[in-house]
Ligand binder design. Structure first.
Ligand SMILES: Cc1ncc(C[n+]2csc(CCOP(=O)(O)OP(=O)(O)O)c2C)c(N)n1
Length: 564
């Protein structure tokens, strides 16, 4: 069928079952926006391109589908960069469509020209510059294929204005043929057999679960293995939700703000089985002292991850959808569940004992509401399948520590890049992906300001999200480091408390509420969660609360500063 390049882009989106795009128009994508208008294709106009890309990311994390965003050339594209990097670090499937100047102008410093492919090369799984309309269908097909297969990630498709304006005969390819790209699915079964043999010898085994389990939707297989073996489990930030936090074998999050039990277990275990993790430095701390007594086994889809951060003794490079069921099958065939479990029962009891001896700190009496009690309170009011989104800072760590996550894809947070400003747009995307679930954002007074313009998008679209701003009037996490490691020299980390977040919300069309005491919090939260449409709740919390435990930078995992 004959059509414009711009119309072809929309046809491709339809063929890929895309049900919404997030974007912001401009000169080089005007023909595309004209085609969107004529096709009446669902599009959410954000107030900043960064909002569009984080919204597409939140949509992808909440739904498991590929998120799509659109921006114009030059500043439109460069405004996507932080969001693309955020998605890349957390392996989130995204297709970002950017406009590019006309073909004869490329490389001439034309108006609103930026080399977005050059800029995004290190932060995309792949990127394309489309200069010929005939290439468009193939490129779009490949872009979606690359984004969602293997280790997922963002792909940029930069399309010259001339391509949008060109007429051609459109046909969408049925298959993808790409030389040099054959993502792993199945691995080597002998590798899994070797793992099961190693597990039989272990006396203090520990399972370390990461975001890969959530992303591959394999939490059921993972849980089957956990319960079959009776092994204790630690989680990375991204792995939270793959096993209920309150599961008796769950020791909680490991690493810089990990629990006492998770960190001690890591130091003491004799076998560490990492599943869909990348041994980030926030987890390992000092790599040479990480799991010093353990044989390390790594399950990952990406061969480049093996031996990247920590030495690996055994590896299984495959999709967890292949390797986890096989692991369960071989483990079941090897031993009865009670044999597996009885071998590790004393070890599991020791791990649980560590957490009982040094639990997470509980609320200290104060005039203001203890931040983590806000999180615990909200949890009691929500169903297990509520989607929790965070920004970055202390509130993010308190959420990870104190919220009892039960289901995968129930925590959306910028783990790898640690992007302040991620939360609000990501919550928008999540709400659109999961309209029947409750979506709650925990943010800080610093983070919310980074993309607060998206309050207008939330209001315009009537998206019923609950935004909880823990207002400590400081950039809390920076403040904490200054308190602990920089002699209380609070250099430029106060937000001075001059912003009225209730008024800010109201100015944008969002209902605003405030709670300053625990009694107020109860009634305000009840009210917020039953009010129609979007609500922002500002909760006044103390400025000097610390996230604890904390492994000081460069310390060993057993050198935690404990609280309580
Ligand atoms: C875009 C960006 N800039 C700077 C930082 C560094 N940073 C990490 S946490 C933090 C403070 C966050 O403050 P706030 O959002 O108020 O949350 P709190 O720590 O008080 O809960 C800063 C500045 C970052 N993570 N992201």
């Amino acid at each position: 069928m004959k059509m414009l390049g711009a119309e072809a882009v929309i046809e491709c989106l339809k063929q890929e079952n895309v049900d919404v795009v997030f974007g912001y128009p401009g000169g080089c994508v005007l023909t595309l926006y004209d085609a969107l208008y004529k096709a009446d294709f669902p599009h959410i106009l954000t107030r900043h391109e960064q909002g569009a890309v984080h919204a597409a990311d939140g949509y992808a994390r909440a739904s498991g589908k590929v998120g799509v965003c659109i921006a114009t050339s030059g500043p439109g594209g460069t405004n996507l960069v932080t969001g693309i990097a955020t998605a890349y670090m957390d392996s989130i499937p995204l297709v970002a469509i950017t406009g590019q100047v006309g073909v004869p102008y490329i490389g001439k410093d034309a108006f609103q020209e930026a080399d977005i492919c050059g800029i995004t090369t290190p932060i995309t799984k792949h990127n394309y510059l489309v200069k010929k309309v005939q290439d468009l269908p193939r490129v779009m097909k490949e872009a979606f294929h690359i984004a969602r297969t293997g280790r997922p990630g963002p792909v940029v498709v930069d399309i010259s204005k001339d391509v949008f304006n060109a007429m051609f005969e459109f046909e969408y390819p049925k298959t993808v043929q790409m030389r040099g790209y054959s993502p792993t699915f199945a691995g080597n079964s002998a590798d899994v057999e070797a793992v099961v043999a190693a597990l039989q010898l272990a006396e203090k085994p520990l399972l370390f679960v990461g975001g890969g389990v959530c992303l591959s939707d394999t939490a059921d297989s993972f849980r089957e293995f956990v319960e079959l073996t009776g092994y204790p489990v630690i989680s990375s930030l991204m792995g939270l939700g793959s096993l209920p936090s309150s599961h008796p074998q769950s020791l909680g999050m490991v690493g810089m703000h990990g629990t006492y039990g998770a960190n001690m277990a890591t130091m003491e275990c004799d076998l560490l089985l990492g599943i869909g993790v990348r041994f980030d430095d926030r987890v390992t701390s000092l790599v040479k002292d990480f799991a010093p007594r353990a044989k390390i086994i790594h399950f990952d889809i990406d061969p480049a991850e093996v031996n990247k951060n920590v030495r690996t003794d055994l590896k299984v490079v495959a999709d967890l959808r292949w390797s986890l069921p096989l692991l369960c099958k071989l483990a079941t065939a090897t031993r009865e569940p009670n044999e597996w479990q009885s071998q590790v029962a004393p070890w599991l009891a020791q791990c649980q004992q560590w957490n009982r001896e040094n639990p997470l700190p509980s609320a200290v009496a104060s005039e203001r509401v203890a931040p983590h009690s806000v999180i615990e309170k909200v949890r009691t009011l929500l169903a297990d399948d509520a989607v929790i989104v965070t920004d970055v800072g202390q509130h993010q760590m308190w959420t990870a520590q104190y919220y009892d996550f039960v289901k995968p894809r129930s925590l959306l947070t910028s783990g790898g890049l640690g992007t302040m400003g991620y939360g609000l747009p990501a919550a928008m995307g999540a709400q659109i992906a999961q309209p029947d679930k409750t979506v709650v954002l925990f943010s800080g007074d610093g983070s919310i300001m980074m993309n607060c313009q998206e309050l207008a998008t939330v209001a315009d679209n009537g998206l019923p999200i609950t935004i909880i701003v823990l207002n400590n009037q400081v950039l809390g996490m920076v403040n904490q480091w200054q308190r602990m490691f920089y002699g209380k020299r609070y250099s430029h980390s106060s937000t001075h408390g001059g912003t009225d977040f209730v008024k800010l919300a109201e100015a944008m069309g969002v209902t605003g509420m405030r709670a300053a005491t625990l009694e107020e919090l109860d009634s305000v939260l009840q009210q917020a969660l039953t009010t129609e449409g979007p609500v922002l709740v500002e909760v006044m919390v103390p400025a000097t609360a610390d996230v604890l435990p904390m492994v000081p930078p460069g310390g060993r995992l057993d050198q935690m500063v404990l609280g309580g």
